[in-house]
Design a binder for this molecule. Structure first.
Ligand code: 5AD
Length: 349
C-alpha cells in the first residue's frame, strides 16, 4: 500500500496495521508529510475551527528526585540552580494569567518531595475557589492513586503524565532502574479511572527509539484514548548522560502529530516548546500539522531560565504578556487565533 493510502485510512477513522505504520514512518517523503498535515489540519478544524487553546504554564519547582537520563533537571545534575515557588507566587502567576485571558492553569514541576499531598490540595483548592471558571491541570509526575484522588477531589481537572515510551525495553534505556514502566502505566490508568482528562505522550527521537516504537505509540494512543497527547522532539541537555545524542527530528515530530490527530480527531494536542526550540517557527508548523494547543510560560522571569529540561529553550526572555502578544502574532500569520476558553476535551471518554 502507498504511504498516501495509509494516511487516508487513518483519515477515514480506520486504524492502519502496525506494519503499515512502520512503513509510513520509515519511508515517508516530504510530500507524504505535507499530505498528512493537510488532512490533520482539516480534521482539527472540524472540532476547533481556527481557534487555538492557550494554557498558562506554571513551572513551580525544578527540584526532582528522579534521575531520568534525558532531563536537565534530573537529581544528578549538580549544575542546576534549584528553586521552588511558594503558594503566593503560584497564585500571583494565576492572577496575572487570568487577567491576560488564560482559563487553564498548568502546574508542572519535578517530582519534588518538599510538596506534600496536603500542600498540593491546599494550592489546588485555593485556585479552584478563586477561579471557578478555570481548568486546573497538574503535571506532578508519579503519585499514588490515593494522592491523585485527593487532588481530583480538591478541584483539579486534568493531569499530564507522559509515559515516555510504550516499550518497556526502551523505557529502561531512558530511565534509571529505580523507575518502572509498569508503575508509570498504572498511574495513567489510575488517572483516567479517577476522571481526570488525562494526557500521555513521549519524546520523538529519544536515544534508542525505533520506528517500531513510534508505530506502537500511535496504536497505544488509539487504544488508551487519552484526552491529551504531549509529544515533542528530544533535545539534548549538556549536563545529562545524553549530552552527545542527536536531537529528534522536527519532520518526524510533525508526522507523529498529524497521525495522532487523524487517529484521535478530538484529542487536545499541544504544539510544544520543544518543537519551537528545535526550529524557529516550529510551533506554527505544529499547528499546521494538526495541533490545537499552545502552552506559554507564566512562571516568573527570574526563575524561568532555571527550568531547563534541554538546552536553548525558547521563550525565556519575554514576560508572560509579551509572550502572548508574540504567539498571537505568529498564530495570526497562519490564519489562526487564540481564544479565552477553558478548552475542555469534547470527545467521548
Ligand atoms: N528534550 C525534550 N523533552 C524533554 N522532556 C524532558 N527532557 C527533555 C529533553 N531533553 C520532556 C519529557 C517530560 C516533559 C515534561 O518534558 O517528555 O515528560
Amino acid at each position: 500500500m502507498k504511504n498516501r493510502e495509509i494516511i487516508e485510512l487513518a483519515n477515514e477513522g480506520k486504524v492502519p496495521s502496525r506494519e503499515q505504520l512502520i512503513q509510513l514512518l520509515s519511508t515517508f517523503t516530504e510530500e507524504d508529510r505535507e499530505y498528512a498535515a493537510s488532512l490533520a489540519r482539516a480534521k482539527s478544524k472540524e472540532t476547533f475551527g481556527n481557534a487555538v487553546y492557550t494554557r498558562g504554564l506554571i513551572e513551580f519547582s525544578n527540584y526532582c528526585k528522579n534521575n531520568c537520563l534525558y532531563c536537565g533537571i534530573r537529581a544528578g545534575n549538580k549544575e542546576a540552580q534549584r528553586y521552588r515557588l511558594n503558594k503566593e507566587e503560584i497564585l500571583d502567576c494565576c492572577e496575572q494569567g487570568y487577567k491576560m485571558g488564560y482559563r487553564t492553569f498548568v502546574m508542572q514541576g519535578g517530582e519534588d518531595p518538599f510538596f506534600t499531598d496536603e500542600m498540593f490540595v491546599d494550592i489546588v483548592s485555593t485556585i479552584r475557589k478563586l477561579y471557578p471558571d478555570c481548568a486546573i491541570t497538574l503535571s506532578l509526575g508519579e503519585r499514588s492513586r490515593e494522592s491523585y484522588q485527593k487532588l481530583f477531589d480538591a478541584g483539579a481537572n486534568r493531569y499530564l503524565l507522559r509515559h515516555e515510551s510504550i516499550s518497556p525495553c526502551h523505557y529502561a534505556m531512558l530511565h534509571p532502574s529505580s523507575m518502572s514502566w509498569e508503575r508509570r502505566m498504572q498511574c495513567l490508568r489510575d488517572l483516567k479511572e479517577i476522571g481526570f482528562q488525562t494526557g500521555c505522550g513521549c519524546m520523538v527521537g529519544s536515544p534508542g527509539q525505533t520506528v517500531e516504537n513510534l508505530a506502537d505509540e500511535l496504536l497505544f494512543y488509539k487504544e488508551f484514548n487519552p484526552q491529551m497527547v504531549g509529544m515533542g522532539p528530544f533535545l539534548p541537555h549538556h549536563a545529562t548522560p545524553f549530552k552527545d545524542e542527536k536531537a529528534g527530528s522536527v519532520e518526524m515530530s510533525l508526522m507523529m502529530l498529524s497521525m495522532t490527530r487523524l487517529l484521535l480527531p478530538k484529542v487536545l494536542l499541544p504544539s510544544t516548546t520543544a518543537l519551537g526550540t528545535a526550529e524557529q517557527g516550529g510551533r506554527n508548523r505544529g499547528i499546521l500539522a494538526g495541533a490545537n494547543v499552545i502552552m506559554p510560560n507564566l512562571s516568573p522571569l527570574k526563575q524561568r531560565s532555571k527550568y531547563l529540561l534541554y538546552d536553548n529553550k525558547t521563550g525565556l526572555g519575554e514576560d508572560a504578556s509579551e509572550q502572548l502578544v508574540l504567539i498571537e502574532e505568529l498564530l495570526n500569520s497562519i490564519g489562526y487565533h487564540s481564544v479565552v476558553a477553558r478548552g475542555d476535551y469534547q470527545g467521548v471518554n
